[in-house]
Design a protein around this ligand. Sequence first.
Ligand code: PHE
Length: 342
Amino acid sequence: MAGDPRVQDILDRALADIAGARSTSALEQVRVRVLGRSGELTALLRGLGKVPAADRPRFGQEVNRAKERLEAELEVRLVALKAEEHRQALQAQRPDLTLTGRAILPGAVHPLVRVLDEIIEIFAGLGFSVAEGPEVETDYYNFAALNFPDDHPARDMQDTFHLSADTLLRTHTSPVQIRTMKAERPPVRYIFPGKTYRRDADITHSPMFHQVEGLAVDTNISLGDLKGTLEHFAREMFGAGVSLRFRPSFFPFTEPSAEADVSCFACGGSGCRLCKQSGWLEILGSGMVHPNVLRNVGYDPEEVTGWAFGMGVERVAMLKYRIDDIRLFFENDLRFLGQFAS
Ligand code: PHE
């Protein structure tokens, strides 16, 4: 029994197109064309009413068989095409192992932290402990307890940021001396690193800067101990060849007081640009703790003596690395900071 030529024609073309479809969307187009709502085979089924009654069951069966066959073929082809498309998508995502890697920039310790760490390490090696204090201080700890009389001109040495009549941003780390001595009994051997603040800004002064304070109080502590300690520090920091000298100075909280200079490590003391032809570089202020300060913290100046010093970390770093503008430390220019990476 010969089949209906129209059904056979639709079936042949559809099977060829299914086999030739190269993508799931091309396959879908074939399905719509043949089996969709206005598809070729659907149209034949719709026209079933016009077929002579005698031929109707056979024709209907034939169309349905063609439809089932096509649906089965479409399904098989769809599974195959989906698998192929998935494989291609994975292929497209595969990393190219021949590409060069992306460099990861390593961080670096900030030059100030580096110098601060070095200072701490030198004094830790001499048995000093490290303590810190608040950056917002009272007038008492920053000035009065350190033997600055009210309205004394010595307060003008430190251009102060006041927060109220009685509170301020500490102008030096010396208030931590007071806090520590009040909390402990001699012997006391400490360094106090931290941020300090003054109303001052130019190429060698910054409103926020760092100091390291040193303090030693015990029986029989002498100015000779201070000089020996600072000389050891200077040699560790700037080189074994440097020497240290004291110049008389004044601080309300030390008596006698001295500025300490190191011999210029750039020229060996003969005079150059770094030391402004003087052969010496000023690095810190120091002195024997004033008896009034010892009394203010409840120590007996007849029993114990002590010394203290204070240095600017930026100044030490600028000398050591020949940096001529303090603002470089705070601008965070990676071209500057990267030079301290190793
Ligand atoms: N506090 C002083 C300053 O900031 C430095 C100093 C500390 C001097 C300790 C003597 C003793 O100028």
